[in-house]
Write a protein that binds this ligand. Structure first.
Ligand code: FES
Length: 147
């Protein structure tokens, strides 16, 4: 009886470990292809992002200090930059990166990499921020914008 119980516990633990590993793998595969979040303070109405961040990944997620919403910054093929507020224009849910754009998990809206609506219920494009480059730093012009 003791042997049977030991075997049961041993088998259960192995199944739990396999389940946990499978869950982690599933989560990893299901994760959107994002870079890590770059935290930036707002200084003189700008978010300042070092250009060298884009050498490894053309898409950077920037988290302005004190904001709930992140800003997705995409380096485009023509070396311009697109900075989009990751706030759904339907009912303000935080968006996730999909690899081909941005998705809202609340009601299913999809946006392309330029922030245009691909699928509703959202009807308006994502909020764009102007950008400029100065001394190897990308300035995202937030000005007085508050999401
Ligand atoms: S809040 Fe994003 S689709 Fe409704």
């Amino acid at each position: 009886m003791v042997q049977t119980r030991r075997n049961f516990i041993s088998s259960s633990c192995k199944i739990c470990l396999l389940g946990a590993a499978g869950f982690s793998l599933t989560q990893s595969i299901g994760c959107a292809p994002t870079s890590s979040v770059y935290k930036a303070a707002i200084s003189n109405g700008n978010l300042n992002v070092p250009l060298n961040l884009f050498e490894k990944n053309a898409l950077q997620i920037v988290r302005p200090a004190g904001w709930y919403y992140d800003v997705a910054v995409q380096k485009n093929d023509d070396n311009s930059y697109t900075a989009l507020l990751l706030q759904c224009t339907h009912q303000e849910n935080q968006l996730t990166v999909t690899g081909t754009g941005y998705h809202c998990s609340l009601h299913g809206s999809d946006f392309d990499k330029q922030g245009n609506v691909r699928k509703g219920p959202a009807e308006q494009s994502l909020h764009h921020f102007e950008t400029s480059v100065d001394n190897n730093v990308l300035n995202i012009h937030i000005n007085n914008f508050k999401p």
